[in-house]
Design a protein around this ligand. Structure first.
Ligand SMILES: Nc1ncnc2c1ncn2[C@@H]1O[C@H](COP(=O)(O)OP(=O)(O)OP(=O)(O)O)[C@@H](O)[C@H]1O
Ligand SMILES: [Mg+2]
Ligand SMILES: [Zn+2]
Length: 155
């Protein structure tokens, strides 16, 4: 940790083992937790810092989860709302591994199509399927384009 991070340590104490999700767009940390299924009551030790100063991009959010590493499917979900996030695996207080997130080309079964008439919303056992496009998520069944607030459409 550099001097700047040492001062941030006043906000969030170091963890021995776990995951740091860093460089989350300012204000999105709670959505990141939601998108990986951490809502309401939880057993996990989690610290969240929002709107902290970041050298490169002005402000950012950070999430630290003790004793937990993320599955690939969870990292892919994070990419949908925090495309610049980095996932740091912490072991024995040090950054053991650091990876960026990669936006997946398709999102299957994670996001509900807002179109009530879409076949993915009928009683058919058809999972939703979206193509990730520069403007948003495009439903492959009905062509609906979700352009904002993807989190609110998470299943
Ligand atoms: N033991 C730890 N406990 C909690 N957070 C940690 C720990 N070690 C590092 N971090 C946090 O993990 C993130 C990545 O740490 P690193 O030391 O790689 O910082 P960095 O050089 O600023 O990385 P980057 O270039 O990705 O911003 C930082 O937000 C840092 O505060
Ligand atoms: Mg940094
Ligand atoms: Zn649809």
């Amino acid at each position: 940790m550099n001097g700047d991070d040492a001062r941030k340590g006043l906000l969030i104490s170091p963890i021995e083992n776990g995951t740091v999700i860093d460089h989350i767009a300012a204000g999105e940390a709670l959505n990141v937790l939601r998108i990986i299924g951490i809502t309401g009551t939880t057993q996990e030790s989690i610290s969240v810092a929002t709107n902290v100063k970041s050298g490169k991009r002005g402000k950012k959010d950070i999430v630290k989860i003790v004793n937990r590493e993320l599955r690939k499917e969870e990292v892919d979900r994070i990419a949908l709302i925090a495309p610049h996030a980095s996932i740091n695996i912490i072991r024995n207080y040090c950054v053991y591994d650091k990876k960026g997130v990669e936006t997946p080309p398709f999102v299957v079964g994670i996001v509900r199509c807002p179109n009530p008439g879409c076949i993915s919303n009928t009683s058919e056992p058809i999972p939703s399927k979206f193509q990730v496009q520069p403007k948003g998520l495009r439903c492959l069944y009905c062509d609906w384009l979700i352009t904002k607030d993807i989190t609110s459409h998470i299943i």
